[in-house]
Design a protein around this ligand. Sequence first.
Ligand code: SAM
Ligand code: SF4
Length: 321
Amino acid sequence: MLIDGHGREVTYLRVSVTERCNFRCQYCMPDKPFSWVPQENLLSFEDLFAFIKAAIDQGITKIRLTGGEPLLRADLDRFIRMIHDYAPDIDLALTTNGYLLSDVAQKLADAGLKRLNISLDSLKPAVAAQIAQKNVLGKVLEGIDAALAAGLKIKINMVPLKGINDNEIIDVMEYAKERGIEIRFIEYMENALAKDGLKGLLGKEILEKVREKYPIKKIGRSGSSPSFTYELEDGYRFGLIDPHKHDFCETCNRIRLTAEGYLIPCLYFDEAQSIKDSVEAGDIDGAVATLKTVLADKPKENRWSDEESETSNRAFYETGG
Ligand code: SAM
Ligand code: SF4
C-alpha cells in the first residue's frame, strides 16, 4: 500500500508518454516550447513498464496514459497491451485530444484500453481552431465516433473560457448527452505557460450556464475523484472539476510520472524527482524508494484558490493534466 505524508492512500498513477503535441491549446501550450525534450531523454516503454509493474505491486489500481498528445507516441497499443497483460483488472485509461483517434480506436480497445477521456472545447470549427490554433474539429468528431464504435467508455472534457466558448456549454453537453457520454467541465487552471489574458469560468459560473436551460441536482463526489457529479431531471449526469475550491485535495489519490521519468506529487507545484537513472540501471527498488520519498512530501493541497499565490509554473503538457 502507498500512503503519502498526509495519510492519503495513493492508488492512481498518471503517466505522460510524451510532452509533444499536435495542438497548441491556448490554456496549455500556446507556443511550441523553445525546444522539445530529445527523444533519447524519454523513458522507453520497457523502462516505463518496469516501473509501472512495481507500482502496481505496491498498490496502484488505476493508470491513465496522457501527454502532450499520447497518440503521437508510436506503438502506444503495444504499451497498453504490456500493462493489460500484466494486470488485466487494472483500470486502464487514456486522455487524448482525439485528432489521431479514428485510425487507432479499435487497436487501442483490442490492446486492453478500457476508458478514454477526449477533450472537446467547442462544436464550432472556427472556435475549436481558435483554441487549438489548428483546424481540428472534424477529425476530433470522427475520433469520438470511432471510439464509440470500438465500444470504449468515453468521457468528454471541456474547459470553458470567457468570451471564447462559454456560450457553448449547453451545446457541448447536449452533444455528449445524445451519445450517452458523460461530460466533465474543467475550470481553467491559470499557469505561466498559458496565453496571456485568458480567463476561465469558475465552477459556479459554469453551473449557472447549465441552469439557464436545465434544473440540476447535486449528487456528490465519488471516492477520490476530483469531479463533482450533478444530475439533470432526466437522469443524465455530468461532472465539474473545480480546483479553485480544492476540497478534493483531501482525498487526492494520485501521482504523476512524466515521459522523462520525473515523479510529480501535485499538479500545481514545481517539485519533482527523477526515477530515470534507477530504472535505466535496472534498479527498480531504487525507483520505488524515490516514489515513497515523493509521496512522503506530497503537498496537502493545490493553491489555485489562493489569490496571493504565484501563478503555477507547471506545464500541463508535461504533467499530463
Ligand atoms: N492532449 C490530451 C488532451 O488534450 O486531452 C491530453 C493531455 S491534456 C494536458 C489533459 C487535459 O488537461 C485536457 O482535458 C485539457 O483540456 C486539460 N488542460 C490542459 N491545460 C489546462 C488548464 N490550464 N486548465 C484546465 N485544464 C487544462
Ligand atoms: Fe495538446 Fe492536450 Fe495541451 Fe491541448 S491540452 S495543447 S491537446 S496537451
